[in-house]
Design a protein around this ligand. Sequence first.
Ligand code: URA
Length: 184
Amino acid sequence: MYDKWEELENSIINCNKCKLCNKRKNIVFGTGKKDADLMFIGEGPGADEDIQGIPFVGKAGKLMNMAFDGLGINRDEVYIANIVKCRPPGNRNPEEDEAEACLNYLRNQVMLVKPKIIVLLGSVALKNILGKEYGITGARGNWIEKKGILYMPTWHPAALLRDENKKIEFWKDLKLVKEKMQTM
Ligand code: URA
């Protein structure tokens, strides 16, 4: 573990710990406020993120930004990262060995950001961070506390593109997060 951002960022530049390195255009490290109280964790970069090197800049990201705007969450005030930093081909889910190889970078990011709340976006984030025993359908919308951090699992923004009801639930979950932030 690195205790300086610069060291962590340098350590990932030529990462070849898993096969996702073969086809990536850019490593999508993370973005936002480096000491944010609120952090979001997604799954892995898609095509747009791979090109730009920034998480959640594609369709799903735009939807997330709209929810942020509506709820008064400032994207510059939060930190956003993913379970894997390189794009899984065809936007498939990251495989277990890929997530395993990458997770220490994320753990290090969490250690440096020291967020009070982490929003887990979708099943891949939930299972990799809190454990395989969790399911997103049952867990979403409920606070889970672990080692002094409050976790809020919710739908992955890409799921909202396919299901209007999930949009409403996503909004509700982020509203809970916003309200909690105001009491902290
Ligand atoms: N989906 C994710 O999980 N992460 C991104 O950065 C973009 C889309």
